[in-house]
Design a protein around this ligand. Structure first.
Ligand code: URA
Length: 189
């Protein structure tokens, strides 16, 4: 039977595919428009996200909302998800075994959404989605094509909060994203 958002979410909310299930408060499935042409992918939920069950609602999330606004977007025009759906303790990087256990959910989300553009938020998402040896410092803002989908990565919003010197480059990346959206997503132009 064909997958639906409803079935997928129901399945995902009950997932016990790795040890993060033991420490989570909520599964953080995703947020935004399920018919969006643009998919944003972060790393994994932090404390606020775990509490509320919604991605990017903490400090990094507020900063992400500001960045989206700068290029005429908001959560009603994109879909936001993470590589892992449950919070890694102490906000450590998700382990490979956790990423491997969880990636099927993002694959199914992507298959349902069929986005034209995927924006990876940070190194971890870029390594999983674009290529294993992705170097965020050298390759942020570059465009890659995979199976007809345009993909790029920007610094993670948390990195931009920590290190303001990365913001001018990210501003250029955001302008490039805006240009790409105008080219291939006419609904946003
Ligand atoms: N950082 C992420 O990568 N994802 C979230 O949902 C929140 C913070």
């Amino acid at each position: 039977m064909a997958d639906t958002w409803e079935h997928l979410k129901q399945d995902c909310m009950q997932c016990r595919g790795c040890a993060l299930a033991d420490t989570r408060t909520h599964v953080v499935f995703g947020d935004g428009a399920t018919d969006a042409e643009i998919l944003l992918v972060g790393e994994g939920p932090g404390q606020r996200e775990d509490e509320q069950g919604i991605p990017f609602v903490g400090k990094a999330g507020l900063f992400l909302d500001d960045m989206l606004e700068m290029i005429g977007l908001d959560r009603s025009k994109v879909y936001i998800a993470n590589i892992v759906k449950c919070r890694p303790p102490q906000n450590r990087d998700p382990l490979n075994v956790e990423q491997d256990a969880c990636i099927g959910w993002l694959r199914r989300q992507t298959a349902l959404l069929r986005p034209k553009i995927i924006i990876c938020l940070g190194r971890i998402a870029a390594k999983v989605i674009i290529k294993e040896d992705f170097k965020i410092t050298a390759e942020h803002g570059r465009w890659f094509e995979r199976g007809g989908v345009q993909m790029t990565a920007i610094y993670h919003p948390s990195a931009l909060l920590r290190d303001v010197s990365k913001r001018p480059e990210t501003f250029e990346d955001l302008k490039s994203i805006q240009t790409k959206i105008r080219e291939i997503c006419p609904v946003h132009s």
